[in-house]
Design a protein around this ligand. Structure first.
Ligand SMILES: Cc1cc2nc3c(=O)[nH]c(=O)nc-3n(C[C@H](O)[C@H](O)[C@H](O)COP(=O)(O)OP(=O)(O)OC[C@H]3O[C@@H](n4cnc5c(N)ncnc54)[C@H](O)[C@@H]3O)c2cc1C
Length: 320
C-alpha cells in the first residue's frame, strides 16, 4: 500500500490541532499513514499519533529541533522521505511548513500546493482547492508529473476524528547538523500570553474604527473572557497601535478560527484574504454598507467602543 507522510507538529508532546486534521485526512485516504515529529516531546507525540491512525512515526527527540531551523528540519524530513518513500506529504499551514515544503518539493522534483482549503485523496491521487488572488477565486489543483504530492493545508478546514485504540511504531532518529550554514543564536518571544493567531480557535480583531490604540483594551477584555487571541487590520498596524505579529490579511497572517470577531474593520479584500475562511464571522461596524458585512455570519451595526464592553459583560455572565 502507498505511504502518506504527515507532519506532526506538537507542543511538548501534545499534537497541535492542524496536525490532527492532517492525520484524520490521511487515515481516510486508505493509504499507510506515516508521521514525522521533531524536537522535545516527539516520542510522546509519535505515540499519540497512533490513536489517530498513524502506523509508524519517525521521532527526532533532539533539543536542536525544538525551534525551527530551515536546514536541520530539511535534513530530518529528507531523511524520512528517502526512507519511507511516501507518495503524498501533508504539512500544516504554519510558517515553518510553508518554508520547508517547497524546498523539499524542489529537491524531489515534485510539485507543492500551499494553503489548500479543501483536500480529497482517492487511490493515492490528491485533489485540492485553494484560494487565489486574495480569495477572489477558488482554484482546483491536482498534480501532474510529480513523484511526490506535497500539500500544506490551512488550519481548521478539515475534521478531526476522536482518538481510537491504536498504536504507532515509534522509530527514533537523529539529525546531522555539523555542516550548518545558519545558526539560531537567540529567539526573542513576544510578550503576549495569548496563543499565536494561526493556532487560535477564537480571534477578536480591531481596525481603524476603534479610533485610538487605547481602545484595543476593549478587545483584550473580550479576549480574556473568551480565551481568544487578538488580531488587527493593517491600518492600525501601520499606525503603530499594535505590532505586525497581530496583523491578519494578505501581508499578515492567514487565520481560520471557529469564531472571528471583526470590530471597526471595513473588510478590504486584503484583510478578507487572511480570514474569510473562518467558520463564523461577527462584524461590528457603524456603516451598514461596510464590505465586511457581506462576509459576516452575524452583523452588529453600532459603535464598537460601546458594543465590545456589552459583549464582554454578556459573555462573562454566560460563561461564568
Ligand atoms: C498590497 C496590500 C496589502 C495589504 N495587506 C493587508 C493585510 O494584510 N491586512 C489588512 O488588514 N489590510 C491590508 N491592506 C490594507 C487594506 O487595503 C485596508 O486599507 C485595511 O485593511 C483597512 O483597515 P481598517 O478596516 O482597519 O480601516 P478602514 O478601511 O479605514 O475601516 C475602518 C472601518 O471602521 C468603521 N468604523 C468607524 N468608526 C467605527 C466605530 N466607532 N465602531 C465600529 N466601526 C467603526 C468604518 O465604517 C470602516 O468600515 C493591504 C493593502 C495593500 C495595497
Amino acid at each position: 500500500m502507498a505511504n502518506i507522510l504527515v507532519s506532526i507538529e506538537h507542543t511538548a508532546g501534545k499534537i497541535k490541532s492542524p496536525s490532527l486534521e492532517l492525520l484524520t485526512a490521511a487515515k481516510k485516504s486508505g493509504m499507510t499513514v506515516i508521521g514525522v515529529s521533531l524536537g522535545a516531546g516527539s516520542k510522546t507525540a509519535a505515540a499519540e499519533a497512533g490513536k489517530y491512525g498513524a502506523t509508524k512515526v519517525y521521532a527526532f527527540e533532539d533539543a536542536a529541533l525544538d525551534n525551527y531551523n530551515s536546514e536541520l528540519y530539511f535534513n530530518a524530513y529528507k531523511q524520512v522521505i528517502d526512507e519511507a518513500k511516501p507518495e503524498v506529504v501533508l504539512g500544516t499551514g504554519s510558517s515553518s511548513q510553508k518554508d520547508l515544503l517547497p524546498k523539499l518539493a524542489a529537491t524531489f522534483s515534485s510539485g507543492v500546493v500551499a494553503d489548500a482549503t479543501e483536500l480529497s485523496i482517492a487511490n493515492g491521487k490528491v485533489t485540492t482547492k485553494k484560494p487565489m488572488y486574495s480569495g477572489k477565486c477558488l482554484a482546483t489543483a491536482e498534480f501532474v508529473n510529480s513523484p511526490i504530492q506535497f500539500v500544506s493545508m490551512r488550519p481548521n478546514q478539515l475534521s478531526v476524528d476522536a482518538p481510537a485504540d491504536g498504536s504507532a511504531e515509534v522509530i527514533e532518529k537523529s539529525v546531522s547538523g555539523t555542516d550548518m550554514r545558519i545558526a539560531i543564536k537567540e529567539i526573542v518571544k513576544g510578550a503576549s500570553k495569548r496563543l499565536d493567531l494561526t493556532e487560535a480557535n477564537i480571534i477578536v480583531s480591531g481596525g481603524r474604527g476603534l479610533k485610538e490604540a487605547a481602545n484595543f483594551k476593549l478587545l483584550e477584555d473580550l479576549a480574556d473572557v473568551l480565551g481568544a487571541s487578538v488580531g488587527a487590520s493593517r491600518a492600525v498596524v501601520d499606525a503603530g497601535w499594535v505590532p505586525h505579529s497581530m496583523q491578519v490579511g494578505q501581508t499578515g497572517k492567514t487565520v481560520a478560527p471557529s469564531l472571528y470577531i471583526a470590530a471597526g474593520i471595513s473588510g478590504a479584500i486584503q484583510h478578507l484574504a487572511g480570514m474569510s475562511t473562518s467558520k463564523v464571522i461577527v462584524a461590528i461596524n457603524t456603516d451598514p454598507e461596510a464590505p465586511i458585512f457581506q462576509k459576516a455570519t452575524y452583523g452588529i451595526v453600532g459603535d464598537a467602543t460601546q458594543v465590545l464592553p456589552l459583549l464582554t459583560e454578556e459573555f462573562k455572565k454566560m460563561l461564568s
